[in-house]
Design a protein around this ligand. Structure first.
Ligand SMILES: [Zn+2]
Length: 123
């Protein structure tokens, strides 16, 4: 699977999403993870893969979950979503813990994006 940046218009939504939500890598604590993207299909389910360029840690998340998360954070939709404004619980899996891991073994652990951001902040 090849990883690359999607800074253009096409396919840049998940790129922006991870750059915004996780500006610091939760595995190696770099402030410039320069996330690259790839995807894979497991049992007919599509996953995004986000790779830290510093430590090669890889996070995986279901594509439709990312879409759900992005929709829930689009201001335009907030008015209509107010009644059911529960943030969708979306779990990112730490597929590869990376080679500069500063934390305990998180290989295969699943966390929400907020928990990952908190973990990154605690490093
Ligand atoms: Zn990293």
């Amino acid at each position: 699977m090849g990883f690359k940046r999607y800074d253009g218009f096409m396919g840049s939504m998940p790129q922006k999403f991870i750059d915004d939500k996780l500006p610091k890598c939760p595995m190696c604590a770099t402030n410039n993870p320069y996330w690259t993207l790839s995807h894979e299909i497991i049992f007919l389910t599509e996953f995004y893969l986000f790779k830290c360029s510093e430590c090669s840690a890889i996070l995986s998340v279901r594509m439709d979950d990312v879409v759900k998360l992005m929709k829930s954070s689009t201001p335009k939709l907030n008015f209509f979503r107010k009644l059911t404004s529960e943030k969708p619980q979306v779990y990112f899996k730490i597929k590869v813990a990376g080679n500069k891991q500063k934390t305990a073994c998180y290989d295969g652990v699943e966390m929400t994006i907020d928990e990952l951001a908190k973990l990154a902040d605690s490093l």
